[in-house]
Design a protein around this ligand. Structure first.
Ligand SMILES: [Fe+2]
Ligand SMILES: [Fe+2]
Length: 269
């Protein structure tokens, strides 16, 4: 069986998360030998958004391609970054027409092969008015149906596990993997669905332990106790949880063979 391996990190949060990816990449590359490594970078720059230098840091570490989510616009320079049509960064595909950036990409890997990657936002518990992700994935798969490729990978960035599970079942058999992001909390439901789509509700974050989804707990606890707004402070160091998955795909039929959860802890000084 000709197979390919895709390694994907969940939301990388701030400096601690970036440093942890740099630290674990050599070991993960050696162990899994991925054909493509993806990461969600919506929280890359101090917890919100992405900048040229922070993206560069994880690219240098060997991450090939990047997805995002609702926080993609939080650093305004991303609009300028999207002027580079070859930038290996997606924003969700179901933003309204005309929004900067792209939500779908064909990525070349070794052996003259291509992988289709797309990024979609869920709508449940999200304040924005996104286009329907279910109808959007139908139109994307229709648009690319004649394009030969080794795999189709979807980052489904959503809050509600119900919407994520429903989306996975909706897509089952039509994509190689539906990998959930956004909540920063890993779920224990990684499996290959009956139609051959690898699925996980949430990969989980690459971010500091002992925090509230990557943010220093002090102000967040105060916010819950007082209902007053609180500044988000990012930890400068500490033990970082690294959550990722490795999906193995049979490239002859694009079906997933397995999905494996990866967890590491790294001390960041
Ligand atoms: Fe996030
Ligand atoms: Fe998000």
């Amino acid at each position: 069986m000709a197979s390919i391996k895709v390694l994907m990190f969940g939301d990388i949060v701030g400096r601690v998360g970036r440093r942890a990816v740099v630290a674990v990449m050599p070991e993960l590359k050696k162990k899994y030998k991925p054909d493509l490594t993806i990461a969600n970078v919506e929280n890359l720059a101090h917890g919100v958004g992405v900048t040229p230098s922070t993206l560069d840091e994880v690219r240098q570490a060997g991450v090939d391609f990047f997805t995002s989510g609702n926080h993609i616009w939080d650093k305004p320079e991303v609009v300028m970054m999207f002027e580079d049509k070859n930038l290996p960064l997606l924003r969700p595909a179901n933003y309204p027409l005309g929004v900067p950036g792209r939500g779908v990409a064909l990525v070349s890997i070794s052996g003259n092969r291509q992988i289709l990657i797309t990024n979609l936002m869920g709508r449940v518990f999200m304040p924005q008015q996104f286009d329907c992700p279910f109808r959007k994935i139908d139109s994307i798969l229709e648009e690319y149906k004649e394009i030969p490729r080794a795999a189709t990978i979807i980052d489904f960035h959503a809050e509600a596990t119900s919407e994520k599970v429903a989306f996975g079942l909706y897509v089952d058999g039509r994509a190689s993997a539906v990998l959930g992001t956004h909540t920063h909390v890993p779920t224990a439901d990684a499996e290959v669905l009956p139609g051959g789509t690898a699925y996980v509700s949430d990969i989980g974050m690459v971010g500091a332990k002992g925090t509230v989804i990557g943010v220093d707990k002090k102000n967040i606890l105060k916010k819950f106790l007082t209902q007053m707004p609180a500044a988000h402070e990012m930890p400068e160091g500490g033990v970082c949880a690294v959550n990722a998955v490795c999906v193995t795909i049979d490239e002859t039929n694009q079906r997933a063979v397995s999905i494996e959860r990866i967890y590491r802890e790294v001390e960041i000084i």
